[in-house]
Design a protein around this ligand. Sequence first.
Ligand code: DAT
Ligand code: MG
Length: 142
Amino acid sequence: MLERTFSIIKPDAVGRNLIGDIYHRFENAGLSIIAARMLHLTREQAEGFYAEHKGKPFFDPLIKFMTSGPIMVQVLEGEDAIRRHREVIGATDPKKAQAGTIRADYAASVQQNAVHGSDSVTSAEREIAYFFSDEDICIRTR
Ligand code: DAT
Ligand code: MG
């Protein structure tokens, strides 16, 4: 089924000039970028985005990391996009991520793990709407 998912290239990967490499991997996996923007998250924006993790021991360091530099946010569209995107990204812990995935290749740790990808249809819808309005999304004609 044609799906949309939400993606972040995190401050570590942006800082290492990996935007092009990561976009290439998305496109090679059949995921089309249909909206994109660079921004530097405020603490409030980061806390709201990661609200489901509030209270966990890694929450404060996560917010500090996510606000440490600019990020790229994008909406990806493709067949089975949510699962496919998570496959290209790899497991949260880079030590457990399959060889050839973005996190296996670029993540320095569980926290500094290069990318974010929505984990379900519900979170994809919430996360897309958190950063993009309907007018930001470009419908592909080919
Ligand atoms: P994912 O990003 O793979 O969906 P998640 O939703 O469980 O993983 O966690 C969100 C982010 O929080 C994750 O990318 C990095 C950070 N994080 C999760 N578990 C952590 C842990 N045990 N120690 C440090 N950071 C963690
Ligand atoms: Mg998650």
